[in-house]
Design a protein around this ligand. Structure first.
Ligand code: FES
Length: 639
């Protein structure tokens, strides 16, 4: 079921009420009568799809034109698109995160499993000192804090807070608020102020090799206030982590330059978030950061050399919480920066975040998580065991190295259809703005639609004889015009070149080959996967059949696939808000085993075989055989 305008997709079973499905999608609805069907507060708009009505003895109906229904009395009976109006929402529209949160993960946003956010504020009313009670200020404050927390936790404080403390306590008549950072084994007092201050904010941050994405979160309510993304400025030092490590080694100030580039990009994202939300820099007191081990090492200015040499060891698996001011971040200088734990030098906190967010760490059946970024990272397993691997996919699906490519942001084409009979291209962009380029979803759909229209062949070669003015030779290679200059905001033709198609095919081939190799090592096959999560460069609008058609996904029934978006960011969000989630992610990172593919001849064979659309061996994609194509071919909910 697709929920609009949030663009969240949740898998559902026939008979599941829309009220429950919306809750599962992280969009709780008003239900003033408790789902009795009498208050009308849960009214939503079914745009299209098959529903059944609980209040009409389960009568089913195919809805073809938008229709208002009660979410508490209407259930899914097939694929559905549902629009949720603002008045039916329990919380405003912006309260959502980019990545999927499975039901096993959502418990960490609720009591009794939430525990503490990374930073919290407590109001204290202390008895002033007297001749009878001359307890020093710090001990007085610590005692009051322990009493307020109701727990015997170690407590420490930053020196600058201690320096301000005597004056502030007296100015505020010993009625103060304290901002405390959870450092795992102790609390750290990082700020002292008036009892009622502005809301405390946290940053959920995903530092990717190519893109940096962040969401600003109200630490009190968990509300997501805004989101932003930016290319990682380190890209000018190398496309992948290995070339950047080498660059850092070969230049005297290389590591410093790489760290500076990263901090600049992160601060650009923070600046954008502060502009969006009108919040103050000082309000950001906690940062939860997902990223691969190299990015985290560069971020902390740690030597990353050992990562590129076998056995690929990261300098730190779970770095201690450090102060943002020491890293040059534009937040409160004492904000705590927590990094999600790495599994291995090549499988970082972005993946442990994904294991946490999808809930695969608690599943009984076999789950697979494939995160397509500049590196492809794959985890298979369940609650008892997990095995992971990594491969170099290249940043093509993240928009890097593709002239018209860009991250998912307003103006990015996320859906593209080419119709050869009339030689026309139909696109849908994020935010319905004039197109400026194509993001991961759009690139996957472009490959699929060009294959359907026989603009490219199964090897991905542009067919020079294709009868369209869009097909042309330029700069020594074939290219196909996706949008003419007067159809987009860049003022020039948006084209896809042969070399760019080759990069996209190599990227999808690498992740597919890594998945199959990992499964085969375990004596399993793609058919054993109970549920599959596709994460990374793709958003929830990606049509599963499209992804299967180009061999990005194995041939699984659509109901066993969740296009999970940025699960690294979802993991960062969970760990920002929940100490129990932080405890869980440490355990699951330790209990996930890494398999090295770099010496696997099997991987190379699979990689070469996967460099066709969808694959050299079509028996691996039985549902794509013409007899089985059925009405689902090219039938996306999103078009
Ligand atoms: S919850 Fe009251 S009508 Fe649905």
């Amino acid at each position: 079921v697709v929920f609009e305008p949030d663009d969240v997709v949740v898998p559902g079973q026939p008979g599941e009420l829309l009220l429950d499905l919306a809750g599962a999608a992280g969009i709780p609805l008003l239900s003033e009568c408790g789902g009795q069907g009498t208050c009308g507060s849960c009214r939503v708009l079914v745009q299209r799809g098959r529903v059944s009505f609980a209040d009409q003895a389960g009568r089913e109906e195919e809805i073809t034109a938008p229709r208002e229904v009660l979410a508490c009395q209407t259930a899914a009976a097939g694929d559905l698109v549902v629009r949720i109006p603002p008045e039916a929402r329990l919380r405003p529209l912006h309260q959502r995160i980019t990545g999927y949160l499975g039901p096993e993960a959502r418990v960490y946003l609720q009591e009794p499993h939430q525990g503490m956010p990374l930073a919290r504020r407590l109001a204290l009313e202390l008895a002033p000192p007297s001749f009878d009670d001359p307890t020093p200020d710090w001990e007085r404050l610590a005692m009051g804090l322990r009493h307020a927390c109701g727990a015997e936790r170690n407590l420490t404080a930053n020196l600058d807070v201690l320096r301000e403390m005597p004056r502030l306590l007296r100015e505020l008549d010993f009625k103060v608020s304290v901002t405390v950072l959870d450092e795992g084994w102790q609390d750290r007092l990082i700020a002292l102020g008036k009892p009622d201050g502005d809301p405390l904010l946290g940053l959920a941050l995903d530092i990717g090799t190519t893109n940096i994405k962040a969401e600003l979160v109200d630490l009190g309510s968990g509300r997501v206030l805004g989101g932003a993304s930016e290319f990682n400025a380190q890209a000018r030092y190398g496309e992948d982590v290995i070339s950047r490590i080498i660059w850092a080694q070969e230049h005297e100030w290389g590591a410093d330059e790489l760290q500076d580039a990263l901090v600049t990009s992160v601060n650009t994202v923070i600046g954008e978030l502060l502009k969006q939300t009108q919040a103050a820099q000082e309000q950001i007191v906690a940062v939860s950061c997902a990223g691969n081990a190299t990015m985290i090492s560069f971020r902390l200015r740690l030597p990353a050399d050992a990562i590129r040499r076998a056995p690929h060891v990261a300098p730190v698996g779970l770095p201690p919480t450090v102060q943002a001011g020491m890293l040059g971040l534009d937040t409160h200088p004492a904000a705590g920066v927590y990094c999600l734990p790495a599994i291995n030098g090549y499988v970082g906190g972005d993946i442990s975040g994904g294991i946490l967010a999808t809930g695969m760490f608690a599943a009984e059946d076999l789950r697979a998580l494939v995160d397509v970024g500049t590196n492809g990272e794959i985890v298979v397993g369940n609650r008892d065991w997990r095995m992971c691997c990594a491969c170099s996919a290249g940043p093509a699906f993240e928009g890097m190295g593709i002239e018209c490519g860009l991250p998912a942001r307003p103006g990015a084409i996320e859906s593209l259809r080419y119709e050869s009979e009339h030689d026309c291209v139909d696109v849908r962009t994020i935010g319905e703005e004039l197109p400026v380029g194509v993001c991961g979803n759009g690139l996957a759909e472009t490959l699929a639609t060009l294959l359907d229209a026989q603009v490219i062949d199964r090897a991905g070669n542009l067919v020079a004889e294709f009868p369209s003015p869009r097909m042309r030779q330029a700069d020594g290679e074939m290219q196909f015009v996706l949008l003419w200059s007067d159809q987009n905001a860049t003022g020039r033709d948006l084209v896809l070149r042969q070399s760019e198609i080759d990069n996209l095919i190599r990227a999808k081939a690498a992740v597919f080959a890594a998945l199959v190799t990992l499964l085969e090592e375990l004596g399993l096959s793609t058919g054993d996967i109970g549920h599959f999560y596709l994460a990374g460069a793709f958003g929830s609008h990606l049509d599963v059949r499209t992804a299967i058609k180009i061999g990005l996904l194995p041939d699984l029934p659509a109901e066993r696939v969740t296009v999970a978006g940025n699960t690294a960011l979802a993991g960062a969000y969970l760990t920002l808000l929940s100490s129990e989630a932080r405890d869980e992610i440490q355990k699951l990172a330790r209990a996930t085993t890494y398999m090295d593919l770099s010496t696997s001849s099997r991987f190379m064979e699979e990689y070469i075989a996967a460099q066709m659309l969808p694959h050299t061996n079509l028996e691996r994609f039985p549902s794509l055989a013409p007899d089985n194509a059925g009405p689902e071919w090219g039938n996306s909910l999103n078009r």
